[in-house]
Design a protein around this ligand. Structure first.
Ligand SMILES: [Zn+2]
Length: 212
């Protein structure tokens, strides 16, 4: 099932600890694999045109372009200015969410309890990593995101439900950059949601060059 990567082509390989953000550029043609190391983890992800951060991942345009609310193999991740940022080229998990959004202090209070307000959330991780990256990337650039490995089915009545994860240890999603992009991931620190079994765990990110 797992397609092996030629070690000679690997340009980057790292573990993102549970609850931590990660930011990195991916050059056109390179591949990015995000691996759910222990299973049932949520990788909240944003992508930007590396040369124009106002041209960023658009959940609305991606859903409209493929006429499907779930992301999987074949999905072209569209930008707000109509560009294809990346294509999902392999997916051993099978379903990823782009409707549920990133957890925030505010949503933690509304969904769980007022006492959850102090808890670290993806929105804080996004902002922290964006500001550390610099180059003008800031809070206003944090738009609707992808939740890789997260199961957020839509009910017949049109409601959103957060279900136990469909992912498992070692499952991965693989993307090909169709232009130079900046990837920003919050490896979700959420402790109140069944999507990650109430237990944040590490993810692994690998970037490699195409064989030619
Ligand atoms: Zn989160």
């Amino acid at each position: 099932m797992t397609e092996s990567i030629d070690p000679a082509t690997v340009r980057y390989d790292a573990i993102v600890p549970a609850g931590e953000p990660w930011i990195h550029e991916i050059i056109k043609g390179q591949y990015l694999r995000i691996i759910d190391v222990e299973g049932n983890q949520a990788a909240d992800t944003l992508f930007f045109n590396a040369d124009d951060y106002e041209d960023r991942y658009s959940a609305q345009d991606t859903i409209r372009a493929q006429a499907n609310i779930y992301l999987t193999t074949g999905t072209k991740l569209m930008s707000s200015k109509g560009n294809v940022l990346l294509t999902i080229v392999a997916d051993t998990c099978g379903r990823h969410d782009t409707l549920g959004g990133a957890c925030s202090m505010e949503s933690n209070m509304v969904r769980y309890a007022i006492e959850k307000r102090h808890m670290h959330a993806c929105r804080q991780s996004f902002v922290k990593a964006a500001l550390a990256w610099g180059h003008g990337l800031a809070k206003r650039d944090i738009a609707a995101n992808i939740n890789f490995f997260m199961n957020v089915p839509v009910t017949r009545e049109g409601g959103l439900t957060f279900e136990d994860g469909v992912s498992a240890a070692g499952k991965y999603v693989q993307l090909r950059a169709e232009m130079d992009v900046l990837a920003l991931i919050s490896n979700c620190p959420q402790l109140n949601n069944p999507c990650n079994a109430y237990n944040p765990t590490p993810i692994r990110v690998v970037i490699w060059d195409p064989r030619d």
